[in-house]
Design a protein around this ligand. Structure first.
Ligand SMILES: *Cc1c(COP(=O)(O)O)cnc(C)c1O
Length: 375
């Protein structure tokens, strides 16, 4: 048996008629650029999130970039974020000429630790960018309390958090804007690159909508210099066809997580994901942690050899990435992030996982820990 980390083929097999019909319609109408499905998806996803506006763009990275640009982040500014995330969280900050300033994570949730946030704020801080990592909301109440006190906007990196909730409200409603990725493997994924910005700020939405499409007012009248960062109609049509399934898929992810939790309980030295009270974790990833980091790579090898597609998200903290050495950070600057990077493993997680697959994964993990225990 082969169990991938994510199985997009299993999903397509279930919804093929919906997807094929949605794509065929776009092909027949040839409205490939800013076609009807773009507007329809924006409205449908805004309704899903219970926000005023969603602006569809080319991908999640561009969603962050356009939001930073629209909020006036530029040369010499600082943006506070976490070093335990995908590099796309910080690339847009650097592209604006601004500097990413890292704050270490809370080791329980892997999200930005609000207790360390205030000390990182300087007169140059122009935005705070928490990431809802693995699908678990960051501690928005604590982050917003500090941000509001300093008058700094919060931009959420919601690339892994479609449908996640914090204190009863969907992610997308907490900061000035929340940036989503619809990369194929995300909880709501297109069949190519796609992204979107959710906001309750109409002016900000209008500004981003203009920026994504060459600063256009009409076809050849350009109010500002913008970008070619539109959401493709074909991708919007795929997303619109998939959106009605998202709740069902999220519930399946949560069931699988609860099953992992139950089955992995009591395995010595293995820590299961901690979920913050009053949040809905949507388990983009199910990430366990080994108390003894020295065993991590061996467990990963063991699972890989058993045909189980485990992964590490993320093995190299951003402050230690070769591309970011110019920021001047060192080993030891963010100890919790560095400890997480060497001790975590992401287990297979996707809605179509079956019980015998989950059992096999748990069996292999128990066997590995048992073998080491006896050795
Ligand atoms: C996927 C992802 C992004 C980037 O999204 P793309 O659509 O691939 O550009 C940004 N941040 C995080 C945390 C992500 O997981």
């Amino acid at each position: 048996m082969n169990i991938p980390l994510v199985d997009l083929k299993a999903q397509y097999a279930r919804i093929q008629p919906d997807i094929d019909a949605a794509m065929a319609k776009v092909l027949a109408e040839t409205d490939f650029i800013m076609g009807k499905a773009v507007k329809d998806f924006e409205a449908a996803f805004a309704d899903f999130l219970q926000v005023k506006r969603v602006v569809g763009v080319s991908n999640g990275t561009d969603a962050l970039h356009l939001t930073l640009l629209a909020l006036g982040v530029g040369a010499g500014d600082e943006v506070i974020t976490t070093p335990h995330t995908f590099i796309a969280t910080v690339e847009p900050i650097i592209q604006r000429g601004a500097r990413p300033v890292f704050v270490d994570i809370d080791p329980a949730t892997f999200n930005l630790n609000p207790a360390l946030l205030e000390a990182a704020i300087t007169p140059r801080t122009r935005a705070i960018m928490p990431v809802h990592l693995y699908g678990q909301p960051a501690d928005m109440r604590a982050i917003l309390e500090i941000a509001d006190r300093h008058g700094i906007p919060v931009i959420e990196d919601a690339a892994q958090a479609h449908g996640a909730e914090y204190q009863g409200k969907r992610i997308g409603n907490w900061g000035r804007a929340a940036c989503f990725s619809f990369y194929p493997g995300k909880n709501l994924g297109a069949y190519g690159d796609a992204g979107g910005i959710a906001t309750n700020d109409e002016d900000l939405a209008n500004k981003i909508a203009k920026l994504r499409n060459h600063g256009r007012m009409t076809k050849y009248e350009h109010e500002i210099v913008g970008y070619g960062n539109r959401l493709d109609t074909l991708q919007a049509a795929v997303l619109l066809a998939k959106l009605p399934y998202l709740e069902e898929w999220t519930e399946a992810r949560r069931r699988h997580a609860a099953y992992y939790d139950e089955m992995l309980k009591g395995i010595p030295g293995l820590m299961r994901p901690a979920v913050q009270a009053d949040t809905r974790h949507v388990y983009h990833l199910y990430v366990i942690r080994l108390e003894d980091a020295a065993k991590r790579d061996a467990l990963l090898d063991h699972l890989t050899q058993a045909g189980i597609g485990a992964g590490i998200h993320y093995p190299v903290p951003l402050h230690l990435q070769p591309a970011l050495t110019h920021l001047g950070y060192q080993h030891g600057d963010f100890p919790e992030t560095e400890r997480a990077a060497v001790s975590i493993i992401s287990l297979p997680m996707y809605p179509e996982l079956e019980i015998d697959q989950l059992n096999m994964i748990v069996e292999e993990i128990s066997q590995f820990i048992g073998v080491l225990k006896g050795a």
